[in-house]
Ligand binder design. Structure first.
Ligand SMILES: *Cc1c(COP(=O)(O)O)cnc(C)c1O
Length: 376
């Protein structure tokens, strides 16, 4: 452990070599006929969007995907040159920023298509965009049964080009819902057919997210939009027991013991007094809390690695501090605490924390907050 002089010793590390490993592993698994759009929204699922995007670009990624124009602008300002798809489209005031930064927006409504068309016409250019079809997620995009009507209206907009058509699966991670996933594919195919018969000729036709790309080869169609598995987060989004690329975890989260105390049997610890010592105990306090993204939901459930042993989280995780029981570990002040990551033969994955907290690993990595020092 090398705490920096200026910071408390709580930090997150993004292993860019493992990110690159996962990228090549996934790309090889999908085959050369499929392009990879790496999804780096939400600060690359908490792994640092600029660092991850630079590395993926140098490894040969075809596209990057962000949720918001703001996220795409950050990448362009950092010098990223590969095509960037803005999955969540844009708000009315953002259409010029989209064109200024050469971002490719996803279009969800005719009004957006029209706004983009007007802005492109003012600049005397044709703007590329991708059209999102809602085939069963029920969230954003044009409903599959409204595509025909939209297609004829879109044909009148001469300053945009629908260069991609996409949809998003609701339950590709759950093979028991296979028939619904197949229904989404059917609805999508019909929608693309309608667009083609109206004269549209999209270069990209993409459906697959991480679970679909791995579990449903027929969903790949030349490009897959891959997020979670690039960050090694396959554990709770890939169906068990299917062929899958090998993945390595990318994020680790570490801190150090700040305080140690002997607490006699029968005393309570933390807010709400939810834990009582059942023996004379040695209790360590770690400077990380739910304000850092270590979830309060792991109170009395989680564990951390210290000196080659697991130490259970005791009592409530609070905003700035977490208490762990080190009675069985020869721990000292300043000893390294691994909250996510590997230490010797022991490891804790983001998926483990997610399970203790009753959520998915994506929420855990996305949740590592601004307050946590970042290292690569
Ligand atoms: C976030 C997102 C993805 C990536 O999903 P993963 O499960 O992380 O692979 C793909 N497509 C769209 C539209 C998304 O919003």
């Amino acid at each position: 452990m090398t705490p920096t002089a200026e910071h408390r010793p709580t930090y997150a590390t993004t292993d860019l070599d493992n990110l690159a490993y996962n990228f090549h592993s996934v790309r090889e698994f999908l085959g050369p006929q499929n392009k990879v759009l790496a999804v780096v929204k939400a600060n690359a699922y908490g792994h640092g969007a600029v660092g991850c995007s630079r590395r993926l670009e140098s490894e040969g990624v075809d596209w990057l995907g962000v949720a918001l124009p703001e996220e795409g602008i950050e990448l362009r300002e950092a010098g990223i040159r590969v095509p960037i798809l803005v999955l969540g489209s844009f708000w009315p005031g953002q259409v010029d920023a989209i064109l200024d930064h050469a971002l490719t927006p996803v279009i969800l409504t005719f009004e957006q298509a029209s706004a983009l068309n007007n802005a492109a016409r003012r600049r005397d250019l044709t703007a590329d965009c991708h059209l999102k079809i809602d085939t069963g997620m029920g969230r954003i995009g044009v409903r599959y049964d409204a595509v025909a009507e939209l297609a004829s209206k879109l044909s009148m907009l001469t300053n945009i080009r629908i260069d991609g058509v996409m949809t998003h699966f609701a339950a590709a991670d759950d093979l028991e819902q296979r028939s619904f996933t197949k229904l989404q594919m059917q609805r999508f195919d019909q929608s693309v057919e309608i667009l083609r018969s109206n004269g549209f000729a999209p270069t990209f036709v993409d459906l697959a997210n991480s679970p679909a790309a791995i579990a449903y080869p027929e969903s790949r169609r030349g490009m897959a939009r891959i997020g979670g598995i690039l960050y090694g987060l396959g554990g709770d989004v890939l169906p068990a027991g299917i062929p899958a690329p090998t993945l390595k975890p990318v994020l680790s989260l570490r801190s150090a013991i700040a305080h140690l105390k002997n607490v006699p049997k029968g005393e309570t610890l933390g807010y709400g007094r939810t834990f009582m010592t059942v023996r004379d105990s040695v209790i360590a306090t770690v400077p990380i809390g739910y304000a850092d993204g270590y979830p309060r939901a792991v109170s009395n459930k989680g564990k951390v690695i210290i000196k080659g042993g697991f130490a259970p989280v005791v009592g409530r995780v609070s905003m700035d501090w977490t208490i762990v029981d080190v009675t069985d570990i020869p721990a000292g002040i300043g000893d390294e605490v691994t909250l996510i990551g590997r230490e010797g033969s022991l490891s804790i994955a983001a998926e483990d924390i997610a399970q203790w907290a009753g959520t998915i690993s994506y929420e855990i990595t996305c949740g590592v907050s601004q307050r946590v020092e970042r290292r690569t």
